[in-house]
Design a protein around this ligand. Structure first.
Ligand code: ZN
Length: 300
């Protein structure tokens, strides 16, 4: 649907640094997530919204190797949804059940809350390279993802925030547009300015309406801040899974020797153990000798 355009995120400030803002076009990322996981439209929208949010959360990280992952476990049929992004603008995601068979449309919109569930939890884990990751948890407020992310920022991080995320899925199930914006008011914003920003946000078209009409992330920010904003950087964003054969072997060895041997026994007839990365679908095959070596490693 979009040609010659690639996904990117803009990090910006306004009102002399007292407002933090982000906007992103994540159409390509969402299309790749959908393609890799074979999601039905409502799940495509749920996962795409979550990945879009994770990319904006990751834009708050100080270092490129830091990561943020956002996990939603609602009472809907899609099961767990997870998106993880790093400071380089790389994101990956997974969903428990890509095809739920639930009604895909509700009130003329993709039935995101219907597949996610309206009750459950949203967990944000930030790995900042410290001994322990920083973890925050809130209850879901709507299961529509955007409101849940805003609720997290307001209640868990005590920052007045607004989040808009959207995914438009075409008639053939293809991702036609995806993206979002996020605005945070830091201490010291005059009430009149805060009101003006809130009014602008209230009058904002849906994120995918803006993207489909040709708005860039900068155009979206210009709608929110008609009197101007300062763009800090423009970061290309893309789907990327850091899995490698080595990481798969390490993960297997963490299961312990007994578990590795039991997998090995089960797969011995074929001589091959196949491991699929749940984030990207990449298949790794290990022969008997490789599995034996992992079992020995798992003993330590
Ligand atoms: Zn992978």
């Amino acid at each position: 649907m979009k040609s010659g355009r690639s996904d990117y995120l803009v990090r910006a400030t306004a009102l002399d640094g007292r407002v933090r803002a982000f906007a992103v076009d994540s159409t390509g990322v969402t299309a790749e997530l959908s393609g890799r996981h074979g999601t039905e439209p409502a799940v495509t929208a749920a996962l795409g919204r979550l990945a879009t949010g994770a990319l904006m959360f990751s834009a708050m990280l100080k270092k490129s190797q830091h990561t943020v992952s956002i996990r939603i476990l609602g009472d809907g049929p899609a099961g767990v949804l997870l998106a993880a992004a790093n400071g380089n603008g790389e994101v990956r995601g997974l969903v428990g059940r890509p095809v739920t068979g639930a009604d895909q449309v509700s009130n003329g919109k993709l039935n995101v809350a219907g597949v996610v569930g309206r009750n459950g939890r949203l967990t944000v884990t930030r790995d900042l390279g410290l001994r322990h990751p920083y973890v925050g948890v809130v209850e879901l407020v709507s299961g529509e993802v955007g409101e849940d992310l805003a609720h997290y920022l307001v209640s868990s991080e005590q920052t007045p925030s607004a989040v808009g995320v959207g995914v438009f899925v075409g008639g053939g199930g293809e991702v036609a547009a995806a993206g979002g914006w996020m605005v945070q008011l830091l201490p010291g914003v005059p009430t009149a300015d805060a009101t003006r920003i809130e009014d602008a946000i209230r009058g904002l078209p849906h994120p995918t309406t803006m993207i489909r009409s040709g708005d860039t992330p900068e155009d979206v920010l210009a709608r929110i801040f008609p009197s101007g904003f300062e763009s800090l950087d423009r970061l290309p964003v893309r789907f990327h899974c850091p899995c490698t054969a080595e990481r798969v072997e390490r993960a297997l060895s963490l299961l312990g020797e007994a578990e590795v041997r039991s997998i090995l026994e089960k797969d011995r007839a074929g001589g091959i153990t196949e491991v699929t990365c749940e984030f990207c679908g990449e298949r790794y095959t290990l022969d008997t000798a490789a599995m034996e070596a992992i079992a020995v490693r798992a003993r330590r």
